[in-house]
Design a protein around this ligand. Structure first.
Ligand SMILES: N[C@@H](CCC(=O)N[C@@H](CS)C(=O)NCC(=O)O)C(=O)O
Length: 240
């Protein structure tokens, strides 16, 4: 079924014939990775907004995991998992320079993203879910340790030629480093609201704070960001 069809037979779902279709939810930090990658690479796409509270009956045909984002390519392949999608966009549209050129510079950028994946994101949601004060304090301490790790990687990167002294990972270029992480910095609003966590404005976190201030001013960020109050409300359901 193409984009023009509205009713759904058992094996049909909406997509743009010959183009890209992104299945997304605007408030989802994972979907925001895909939205920012497509936007930064200036890729035209049809947006299909999925109501996560009331998913369309055909959505299992797009993603059997029933999660957003998912990207349908012009040749009909469907990609799932936000990091897979953003990496695909960077590979498919190299002229957008979402990744640096050399293998070592790419590996350094991916380590920065990995710090978010394994040390920031799980502790961010973990601190909200924790029921006991002790558990909350432990997760908050782990979250701050993850942010400090990201801070130190930024400081190192800005000394390298590809970091160009900052304030973004690749100097003044909004790249996959921000595309894959910025939405989770946005999500920290919920930890601030529900758990009182504030990133200290100290030398220890100076690079991280400088980076956040810098990417927040870029339209590639602000176009898809979520208001702090909305995030705090959305994540209230996780609060133990
Ligand atoms: N690992 C996935 C996670 C995606 C994810 O968890 N998306 C959420 C929304 S933020 C979702 O679709 N949840 C399904 C639901 O709420 O039923 C990715 O990186 O794409």
């Amino acid at each position: 079924m193409s984009s023009s069809s509205t009713s759904a037979a058992a094996n049909e779902y909406p997509y743009e014939e010959g183009g890209y279709t992104l299945y997304s939810f605007h408030g989802c930090p994972f979907a925001q990775r895909a939205l920012r990658a497509l936007s930064a690479a200036k890729v035209p796409y049809k947006l299909v907004e999925i109501d996560l509270q009331n998913k369309p009956s055909w959505y299992h045909l797009v993603n059997p995991q029933l999660k957003v984002p998912a990207l349908r390519t012009p040749s009909g392949e469907i990609l799932i998992e936000s990091l897979v999608i953003s990496e695909f966009v960077a590979d498919q549209f190299p002229e957008a320079q979402l990744l640096p050129k050399s293998a070592i510079e790419r590996a350094q950028l991916r380590l920065f993203v990995e710090i978010f994946t394994s040390r920031v994101i799980p502790n961010l949601y973990g601190s909200l879910r924790s029921a006991t004060a002790k558990e909350q304090e432990d997760k908050k301490a782990n979250l701050l340790a993850g942010i400090k790790e990201a801070n130190d990687e930024l400081a190192k990167q800005w000394e390298r030629p590809s970091g160009k002294g900052g304030p973004l990972w690749l100097g003044d270029k909004f790249s996959l480093a921000e595309i894959n992480t910025a939405s989770f910095v946005n999500q920290l609003a919920a930890v601030k609201k529900h758990r009182g966590l504030v990133i200290p404005q100290t030398q220890e976190y100076a690079a991280f704070n400088k980076w956040v201030d810098a990417f927040s001013a870029y339209p590639e960020y602000s176009k898809f960001s979520t208001d702090d109050d909305v995030i705090a409300e959305q994540l209230r359901k996780f609060v133990a």
